[in-house]
Ligand binder design. Sequence first.
Ligand code: DGP
Length: 128
Amino acid sequence: MQKDDCIFCQIAKGEIPAQVVYEDDQVIAFDDLEPLMPVHTLIIPKEHYSDVADDVPEDVLGHLFSCVQKVADIKGIHQDGFRCLINTGENASQSVRHLHIHVLGGGLMPRPNDQDWGSAASNAETDA
Ligand code: DGP
């Protein structure tokens, strides 16, 4: 099922243009509008799920993740390494409520540290 008011559903239906990297019957991958790295591609299921914790069937999750390697190969970042990121819900600052995997690469990405993660991360370390 797709949602009329969801921007990623509209991309999946071809109603909003996107730089498509890979597509099959279940999944579409396209470049992020606001790239954080030289390569920043989003992989989404064509069906609407609000996030990774929205009772997504295992076969959908499996297929979605199988596309990570395809995208990494197409974008030429497989060998040097890349980062996958899935923001989920409010605390993770998920801004588009349609499940998506960020695939980031094309350069060295430092490991996240307290400075990047803000005060909640600092508190977590203090409490540990
Ligand atoms: P997140 O914060 O994890 O929900 O990431 C959403 C990403 O989606 C963000 O990096 C920007 C990107 N984005 C938002 N709207 C569009 C759009 O219309 N087209 C494309 N290509 N990317 C979009």
